[in-house]
Design a protein around this ligand. Structure first.
Ligand SMILES: Nc1nc2c(ncn2[C@@H]2O[C@H](COP(=O)(O)OP(=O)(O)OP(=O)(O)O)[C@@H](O)[C@H]2O)c(=O)[nH]1
Ligand SMILES: *[C@@H]1O[C@H](CO)[C@@H](O)[C@H](O)[C@H]1NC(C)=O
Ligand SMILES: [Mg+2]
Length: 375
């Protein structure tokens, strides 16, 4: 009887010790975050401080930005579209009132239009994508393209065999900003089905970009699957050699490459979230770049994504301080998320766990981005 009591006591002590240790780990870990061993919210402030003529964020509602919320979708995406709209309306747009633009290569159904229009108080427009901006061009060698799809599918790569997916990537790379419905606007915020926003957006991100002369905002950054872009970097290097005038002296090559441009390290900004300036895509450098890439047929022979294409362009053809990490915007697109921490987390009343964020995970490229500004 006595020995059983003793054992119980020992177990109780062991459990209490374990709890104490776990508590200690949590406290030390959060201390490290405060001390900056793990970079927290102060980073943007540090960068902003170094930015001449920095303009602080403006409250929502004063927003005068020339901007729209942009949604490429299929009719079959309706459920995920409404879910995403709910998130962005709730956390931002019910206060900001920016118009929505929906694009599709097929006509949207009446049901789609009715349900989407009812999901916001802001103006909504629905556009049809011109045939030549979407479908595989005739000059693409279909035998070579189908062989490429077959080979990629045998390697188990996602969307390897899909032509529509390639149409989408090419459209998002080179054409969306030419659509008539987007001509009135300079800035866009890209939205996809089934994404989530965790925090209240407490200022106007479009104004922030404009006021501070930024062209591209992101929340998540990681590595591309190399097998989808085997010859992309070679093509980029050829383009740069032929058009050195487009490469900015203050570029972010060190984000893209660990050896000065010799090899692509596969880092890119995840383009399902973008708050960016279409005038950069419409500009001379990017137009020449996209045409050069497109002429190789790589969007179809391989499976070049709009994320690496956009990321490479903004990293090379603009000064690095034109990029912006929206550290304070909590966002999820399966299977990754960015959750703010510290003051950003509190201010935005974020419904996510600060520890559950891709930022400093091994798959993330955020450290390389930060290093651009710490040198
Ligand atoms: N109109 C139209 N939109 C498409 C088509 N394929 C994809 N999209 C849209 O393009 C965007 C990207 O497509 P997704 O299927 O989300 O591609 P992804 O984000 O790489 O992959 P998952 O979200 O993980 O499936 C989304 O907004 C889709 O709704 C298509 O064939 N037609
Ligand atoms: C908005 O931006 C577009 C693209 O730069 C431009 O053509 C248009 O004139 C701008 N509109 C306003 C009201 O500034
Ligand atoms: Mg998606």
């Amino acid at each position: 009887m006595a020995s059983i009591t003793l054992n119980r006591k020992r177990i109780l002590i062991a459990v209490l010790c374990l709890i104490a240790v776990l508590y200690w780990i949590t406290v030390v870990f959060s201390d490290l975050r405060q001390l900056g061993f793990i970079r927290v919210q102060s980073f943007n402030a540090e960068v902003d401080e170094k930015t001449p003529a920095f303009v602080a964020p403006r409250p929502i509602g004063e927003g005068t930005a020339n901007a729209t919320l942009l949604f490429l979708a299929r009719n079959s995406d309706l459920g995920g579209v409404l879910s995403s709209m709910g998130h962005l309306e709730e956390h931002f747009n019910k206060r900001a009132g920016y118009p929505w633009v929906f694009l599709n290569e097929e006509e949207f159904t009446e049901e789609f239009k009715t349900r989407v229009t009812a999901a916001t108080a802001a103006p909504v427009s629905f556009g049809l994508i011109p045939h030549e901006h979407w479908f595989q061009p005739d000059w693409v060698d279909e035998d070579r393209a189908s062989e490429g799809r077959r080979k990629m599918a045998s390697q188990g790569i996602i969307y390897a065999g899909s032509v529509p997916y390639r149409n989408m990537c090419r459209f998002n790379s080179g054409f969306f900003f030419h659509h008539p419905l987007l001509q009135p606007y300079r800035y866009y915020w890209r939205v996809e089905p089934d994404i989530k926003y965790f925090c209240d957006v407490t200022y106007d991100p479009f104004d922030y970009l404009r006021d501070n002369n930024k062209i591209y905002g992101f929340t998540i950054s990681f590595y591309e699957w190399e097998k989808t872009i085997p010859t992309l970097w070679e093509t980029v290097k050829k383009f740069i050699a032929e058009h050195p005038q487009y490469v900015s002296d203050e570029n972010a090559m060190n984000y893209l490459s660990d050896n000065g441009g010799e090899r692509y390290n596969l880092c890119h900004f995840w383009s399902n979230f973008e708050i960016a300036d279409m005038d950069f895509w419409r500009g001379e450098a990017y137009q020449a770049f996209f045409k050069y890439l497109d002429d190789t047929g790589g969007f179809y022979y391989e499976r070049w994504g709009d994320a690496p294409v956009h990321s490479i362009a903004v990293s090379l053809f603009a000064p690095k301080d034109r990029l912006h990490f929206f550290r304070d915007i909590g966002y999820r697109h399966e299977p990754f998320q960015h959750c703010p921490n510290g003051e950003d987390w509190a201010r935005g009343k974020c419904a996510c766990n600060s520890f559950d964020t891709l930022d400093y995970a091994p798959q993330s490229c955020i450290r390389r981005y930060e290093k651009l500004f710490l040198q």
